[in-house]
Design a protein around this ligand. Structure first.
Ligand code: GDP
Ligand code: IMO
Ligand code: MG
Length: 422
């Protein structure tokens, strides 16, 4: 069986940390969608690591890490990630496998991303500008380049014709984008040479065989459910299916082979980039969350917008994904708030509703809050569930009742060890 770990909000829930914590129980960790728009942070032994493409199980000796067919890979960023890992003596060729069917992000994909965003002006998505949208467009448009193409001598011809086409498209946008393609291509080719040293596999077959041998597999999601191309706050979304079904297509796993679905959420909410966020705070509470939670994007460094937990949106994510176990992250950040607010309904067109309407723009949707008592205790040194303050337990009980799914992990700090199992 394959278990899934998925972000239930707008990304950055703490997926990297939890995958790292859970890897000891798994034989294989596999990414199934997204690309280097992701920034997954893990911390142990006083060192912080940020991964973009490489699965978050890479620091454990027991596990194989797979970059699945649904992922898009930028060889330039991938090389940098590998360079950062060098000092940790990880046997990359035997621990990290890449699907031949994963698509490649070309330098011109990144430029197209920038051109598209610039042309949108105020309506921009707030993309990470890693070329994600244009690469998935080429994938579904059946023009893309895949990792497996690199095993054939004509890959440079394929590259050239696609890059030439992209240059025409960049001109079409008619925006001021400065670039030196020769320089970008040199960097790209260096990345390709590094990528080619890795082990390419037919990951669907590898995973099928591993399952037949009873191996335990964890699929690591990127982004979050509200950034899903179909079910997120379109068009302010990413270009892949971040929800449970994405693991089936992104790894080639049959739906009946999906085991537990682990849904991860912050005790409050954040969003980076543009798009609706009904519970966003513009007051001191929001600023406190940002400061205490150190809410800056792991990929772009942009400050994350902060707000109270949105249960309407969270319920929707639990439902779409079929979540079986919940994990609540960053509970420590809420210590010191006199009241903890939770959005339990929306006011929409003069009515109170409990579902996500088609359009959740701020001026159309007003959150209805339930206020719970806060707690003042510092949680960061706690290691056991029975140490948690009563007001936090009340918050957890309230959420479990509303979501009808148990909260199995409460995270109280960024380190591996700051993880409480219930
Ligand atoms: P991901 O994209 O879902 O892997 O999450 P990110 O790494 O982008 O963002 C999560 C941030 O919160 C990282 O800086 C983590 O180190 C940090 N973090 C994770 N869990 C906790 C927690 O329980 N408490 C605090 N204070 N920080 C956490
Ligand atoms: P992890 O895996 C948070 C957001 C961007 C932008 C939108 C589209 O670390 O949770 P894209 O680059 O995909 O074209 O951007 O999605 N976004 C993320 N926000 N965490 C992420 O990944 C994100 N990946 C993309 O900010 O709003
Ligand atoms: Mg992140």
């Amino acid at each position: 069986m394959v278990d899934l770990l998925l972000g239930l909000q707008w990304g950055d829930e703490g997926k990297g940390k939890i995958v790292d914590v859970l890897t000891q129980d798994y034989d294989i960790i596999a990414r199934f969608q997204g690309g280097p728009n992701a920034g997954h942070t893990l911390e142990f032994d006083g060192i912080k690591h940020v991964l973009h493409t490489i699965p978050s199980g890479i620091f454990h000796k027991n596990a194989i890490n797979i970059v699945g067919n649904g992922v898009v890979i930028d060889p330039v960023i991938f090389k940098k990630e590998l360079d950062n890992l060098e000092k940790f003596n990880i046997d990359i060729t035997s621990k990290l496998f890449i699907s031949r069917k994963a698509h490649l992000i070309l330098p011109t994909h990144r430029l197209l991303d920038a051109a598209s965003e610039t042309s949108k002006g105020k309506a921009k998505i707030g993309s990470t500008l890693k070329g994600i949208g244009p690469t998935y467009m080429d994938k579904t448009g059946r023009n893309g380049m895949r990792v497996g193409d690199l095993e054939f001598d004509d890959w440079k011809d394929k590259y050239r014709s696609l890059a030439d086409k992209h240059e025409g498209m960049i001109d079409y946008y008619n925006v001021d984008i400065q670039y030196d393609l020769k320089e970008l291509e040199e960097e790209f080719c260096e990345g390709i040479e590094v990528l080619k040293k890795l082990t390419f596999i037919d990951s669907e077959q590898y995973i099928f065989d591993a399952m037949s041998q009873g191996k335990k597999i964890l699929a690591e999601g990127a982004q979050g459910s509200l950034l899903d191309i179909d079910f997120g706050t379109y068009p302010f979304v990413t270009s892949s299916n971040t929800t449970a079904a994405g693991a089936c297509t992104g790894l080639g796993v049959a739906p009946g082979k999906i085991g537990r679905v682990l849904g991860i959420f912050k005790a409050y909410a954040t969003r980076v980039g543009s798009g609706p966020f009904p519970t966003e705070l513009f007051d001191n509470d929001g600023k406190t969350m940002g400061r205490v939670g150190n809410e800056f994007g792991a990929t772009t460094g942009r400050p994350r917008r902060c707000g109270w937990l949105d249960l309407v949106a969270l319920k929707y994510a639990v439902q779409i994904n079929g979540v079986t176990d919940l994990m609540m992250m960053k509970a420590d950040v809420l210590s010191g708030f006199e009241k903890i607010k939770v959005c339990t309904a929306y006011k929409y067109n003069g009515e109170e509703i409990n579902h996500l309407p088609y359009n959740i723009e701020q001026d159309k949707v007003k959150p209805v809050y339930t206020a719970l008592k806060g707690w003042s205790k510092n949680l960061t040194k706690m290691t056991k569930a029975d140490e948690l303050p009563p007001a936090l337990n009340d918050y957890i009980d309230f959420l479990e009742k509303e979501l009808e799914v148990p909260i199995k992990i409460v995270s109280v700090g960024p380190d591996r060890l700051q993880t409480i199992r219930r």
